[in-house]
Design a binder for this molecule. Structure first.
Ligand code: AQP
Length: 344
């Protein structure tokens, strides 16, 4: 007998991703995720959701949650997502996500989840006080993706490990239930500048919504003064910028600011260094601040305009939820049959 690889998934390409409504969106979310969504929608059928079920794995004020969902939706639209092209919806409005997540809880192995570094970081020293949901978060993420048989997932670099787990869940489901090629093994799209934006205060930590220091991040709703001030205060070193990336290797804060410039300007870090080599941060920071204000200002302005009309945002979400449920239903019906549930 020869060891043959199981047949690969042969369905159409589909993109799926989402962002949690768990706080103010920042430059990392924008460059690592949102701008990629807007670009991909014109190439591939695209599903983008607001991950409210993921958000409640840590405490969220119920009085604020729906407003936060609208804010993320406004950020999607302001970044160029078109609700007529992409399907934009709240995760909790499509109950099939939870149903598939339960089935996947029975496919994923404890050992796989024990290795997830994000759980370790987010639960910190008090693991036993974390919600069970925070622990099984990557299983829900696998369900989010595979419920639509998505083949590509645009995310920041921090999500790479979770995507590996999604592939493991898909492969084990296909194998255990003897349905080779039923689920695709999705690819994480993490390439390009902006995949890993670091904190403005610490070049070794990623820019994050949950960092207690607001000066560590540029928020999408920051005004021009706040952006300029945060960049002025950003941690750097006294050395001038070098001519090559190689020479930036042990200067994480400098490397990050060059990377931010490159990502905002649609250039490579090498091209930015070619322009600024020999200049100090006194010259570089004001240029970076001008660029950030020019790129983020219009996004912020459009978000504010959209958020002034919550009714319109709700219409986008309701329409998207209906389309998402229609796409998910036949796939979940097949899964129920494969698993052998009564009545399926
Ligand atoms: N610093 C980052 N650089 C590049 N991409 C990033 N992303 C997050 N931070 C960076 C990407 O943004 C998308 C949405 O992230 P999320 O809302 O699911 O939350 P997260 O990954 O846990 O990131 P946050 O925003 O920093 O939140 P907290 O503080 O709660 O951890 C994802 O594609 C992510 O990769």
């Amino acid at each position: 007998m020869t060891d043959q690889a199981p047949p690969a998934y042969s369905g159409p390409r589909r993109v799926l991703s989402g962002v949690q409504p768990s706080g103010a969106l920042h430059l990392g979310n924008y460059l690592g995720a949102l701008v990629k969504f807007a670009r991909l929608q014109h190439e591939v059928e695209t599903f983008i959701f607001v991950a409210d079920m993921h958000a409640i794995t840590v405490w969220q004020d119920p009085k604020l949650l729906a407003g936060q969902v609208r804010e993320i939706t406004a950020a999607y639209l302001a970044s160029g997502l078109d609700p007529k092209v992409a399907t934009i919806f709240p995760q909790s409005a499509v109950p099939q996500h939870a149903e598939l997540a339960w089935i996947f809880n029975c496919v994923a192995r404890l050992g796989w989840l024990d290795r997830m570094t994000q759980f370790k970081e987010k639960s910190g020293k008090h693991k036993e006080r974390s919600s069970v949901g925070l622990y099984t978060y990557p299983v829900l993420q696998a369900a989010d993706i595979l419920l639509y048989k998505a083949t590509e997932v645009p995310v920041g670099d921090d999500q790479r490990q979770h995507l590996e787990l999604t592939r493991d869940v898909a492969a084990k489901f296909n194998h255990d239930f003897e349905v080779p090629g039923f689920f695709p093994l999705p690819e994480a799209l993490t390439q390009g500048p902006g995949a890993r934006i670091m904190s403005l205060r610490d070049g070794s930590a990623k820019m994050s919504k949950s960092d207690p220091s607001d000066n560590s991040r540029l928020n999408l709703l920051d005004d021009a003064d706040a952006i300029a001030q945060k960049i002025r205060k950003a941690k750097t070193d006294p050395e001038p910028l070098p001519a090559t990336l190689e020479e930036l290797k042990d200067r994480p804060e400098a490397e990050n600011l060059v990377g931010v410039y490159a990502a905002l300007d649609g250039r490579t870090s090498e091209a930015v260094l070619a322009e600024f080599a020999g200049q100090g941060f006194g010259a570089f920071k004001p240029r970076l601040a001008d660029l950030a204000v020019a790129k983020l200002g219009p996004v912020s302005e459009e978000m504010r305009r959209l958020m002034a009309d919550p009714g319109e945002i709700d219409r986008v979400l309701a329409d998207g939820a209906e389309r998402a449920r229609a796409a998910a239903a036949p796939i979940l019906a097949e899964v129920r049959k494969i698993v052998g549930f009564w009545g399926a």
